[in-house]
Design a protein around this ligand. Sequence first.
Ligand code: SF4
Ligand code: MG
Length: 305
Amino acid sequence: MSTPAEIANLLSESMEGGVELPPNPVEEFLRSDRMPHIWCPGCGIGTTVNCFARALLQSKLDLNKVAVVSGIGCSGRVAGYVKLDSFHTTHGRAIPFATGLKLANPDLTVVVYSGDGDLAAIGGNHFIHAARRNVDLKVILLNNFIYGMTGGQVGPTTPGTAMTTTTPYGCFEEPFNLPHLAEACGAVYVARWTAFHVRQIAHSMGEALRKKGFTFIEILSPCPTLYSRRNRLGDGLDMMQYYRESSEIRHGANTKDVAITYQGPIVVGKFVDIERPTFLENMNRQVARTLDTQYVGVGEDYVRS
Ligand code: SF4
Ligand code: MG
């Protein structure tokens, strides 16, 4: 493997036209004209996008039928960098936008890619109802424990005692245990990983892409600029070290037991994988019962029973 110095050398030679760099294996999936991206050095978001690209390419899905919807925030920028139909919505509104997209065009695979502040605070109401209805959305939530882009304020996942710009004496709120929230609201697939677990993330994303219904993957992702620095936890690499040393893989763990504490142990794995009729399946069944032959059904899977 090349050292960082060798890579830097290679890049500068390449810019001078001396060396041809090997092709980026996920280039076809990215809007290269939008590079460089806005993410800070050591941020975990790009790592997860790489996993997403690999999961999508392996899924063999028709990329013309995959849409990505993001909300506002650092993670919300993902929609702008992927070469897919994508939409960057207003703050907290990724899930309602994605719901409309899915219901208007049920043949699409609709992925929601956003942050903890966007999906669990401002968009929290949409999150719980989409899970309850089992809308067929693939929700990927990057949890960096704060509002990143807006300045590092306390959020609904900030662990107790952590310093943020709005809790200068330490956070004293109870954070959400997101896998438990998702399961309690009705999600059919729930997993959690950290940005360190790249293979497992790609695998979980692949499973979620193939699964029908509201799927939820939480990924803990380092924010060295606003979270780690304020808490004197080091850089992105130090956070990766923390994830590596403190994570315990427990597939099937009771989601009640996977709450996160400040720099405490992190339970990761696939916690929930169940079957439940989706919003559209329930709608088709109920409306067909009432309208009988007058009802044409919604979605290519619809078969009159
Ligand atoms: Fe990543 Fe934090 Fe920088 Fe946002 S502010 S890009 S979350 S490191
Ligand atoms: Mg955040």
